[in-house]
Design a protein around this ligand. Structure first.
Ligand code: FES
Ligand SMILES: [Fe+2]
Length: 419
């Protein structure tokens, strides 16, 4: 982040603290229809479009560090195997033999010179090419070149491995847009994988994610954990193209040391991390399902996945600069990955209750404030990805946040005195 951007952000923080109403040009946000959390139609639309067309964070290079290492990835139901090939590239394929669909790997992870289907013994290399089959004389004119494993788009940002089921999707870098530039200082190509865990939550995945997409809840839910270190009235939300977003909130004057801060103080630092990430809480939402506060000691994404309509999986990751031979840091769990840390126990506390509410006869919709604009913007973008014409009218979210509010545009800058 350059000096001008830092000055602008600091001025925006003061603007937010001083305002007595939402900015004049910020639109009135219509209620989100409650059906978006419970209606099977909407769930199916998410499956058919949103999960199919977005870049999804699937794995970290440290999980498949050597040629031949692979990991099975099924977080969105599709059977995918991600392989570190002999040539060094990272490839993803449907874990589906071209003969009769048996899997080419059955272990969650491992290392293999060849991918061999155990049903009838067809053998593939790490590029997915069919190398040999049993009893070839019994097939008439089998063209090996048409029987490769089917590829899934797979691209990297540093050591992060993303997949996309849409062959027409833009590149991962284009998809991330300005975020890719802002993330350079965090050195995603250097950070090691320190921890990865999954927790089942009894609510729709968006209910879980939205608890991490606004700071309106901080004073109520996190009085002892987040509130002392986050000045919510000075929070600045930024909306990026394609539904991505960011929040930046400074530490309040006289912030005291919380357990979380003590934990961080003991960790190594990413030297290139700039002033804002060192003095503020800076968290990114990457559409559709990634939320991550990025700081000098750790890059700890929280990633949310659907597990049916009314259950979800919270995947907690910690990436960190080299910690040597000491214990790997984990920002999000305790008791060896058994339990969420307090701040996430707080964030997930109401999920099942809210799910019961949205399923009830009494629930109609969700009114959102200016502070919760990132949630509305996410839904607005989801409808664009799904295609408004595919969504029943009563489940749609009108597109009211205009391009004037999407980065690099920001009407708030007109109120700033940056001289
Ligand atoms: S299904 Fe794989 S070899 Fe037959
Ligand atoms: Fe929270």
């Amino acid at each position: 982040m350059n000096q001008h951007e830092i000055r602008t952000l600091k001025a925006l923080m003061e603007y937010e603290a001083a305002r007595t109403a939402p900015p004049e040009t910020f639109p009135q946000l219509p209620d989100l229809p409650g059906g978006r959390y419970v209606d099977p139609t909407f769930y199916e639309l998410e499956m058919a479009h949103l999960w199919r067309k977005s870049w999804l964070f699937a794995a970290h290079l440290d999980e498949i560090p050597e040629p031949g290492s692979f990991i099975l990835w099924e977080n969105i139901g599709q059977p995918v195997v991600i392989v570190h090939s002999e040539t060094g590239s990272i490839n993803a394929f449907y874990n589906t033999c071209s003969h009769r669909g048996a899997p080419v790997v059955t272990e969650p992870r491992g290392r293999k010179l060849r991918l061999t289907c155990r049903y009838h013994g067809w053998v593939y290399n790490h590029e997915g090419e069919l190398l040999s089959i049993r009893d070839p004389e019994d097939f008439k004119d089998l063209d090996f070149s048409c029987r490769s494993l089917v590829r899934v788009r797979c691209e990297q940002f540093g050591k992060l491995i993303f997949v996309n089921f849409d062959n027409d999707a833009p590149s991962l870098l284009d998809y991330l847009g300005p975020i890719a530039d802002e993330w350079r200082e965090f050195q995603f190509d250097q950070c090691r994988l320190a921890a990865r865990h999954q927790f089942v939550l009894n609510c729709n995945w968006k209910i879980a994610m939205e608890a991490n997409t606004e700071v309106y809840h901080v004073k109520s839910i996190h009085p002892a954990t987040v509130s002392p270190i986050l000045d919510d009235r000075r929070n600045v939300n930024t909306l990026y193209p394609r539904g991505h977003n960011r929040m930046v909130a400074p530490r309040p004057a006289g912030a005291f040391q919380t357990t979380m801060m003590q934990k961080r103080a003991e960790m190594n630092e990413i030297a290139s991390v700039g002033e804002i990430a060192r003095t503020c809480t800076q968290s990114y939402g990457v559409f559709p399902n990634w939320v991550s506060p990025l700081g000098p000691q750790a890059l700890p994404p929280l990633v949310f996945w659907p597990k049916g309509i009314n259950q979800s999986i919270l995947e907690t990751w910690t990436l960190a600069p080299d910690w040597g031979d000491g214990p790997a840091p984990d920002m999000w769990t305790e008791n060896n990955g058994e339990d969420l840390v307090q701040v996430l126990r707080e964030d997930t506390e109401f999920g099942a209750w809210i799910q019961k509410s949205v399923e009830s006869y009494g629930f109609k919709g969700v009114p959102l404030s200016y502070q919760e604009a990132r949630i509305y913007y996410w839904h607005q973008n989801a409808d664009e990805v799904i295609g408004r014409e595919n969504i029943p009218t009563h489940l749609q979210v009108p597109s009211v946040i205009g391009a004037d509010w999407v980065y690099p545009n920001d009407p708030r800058q007109a109120y700033l005195n940056l001289a």
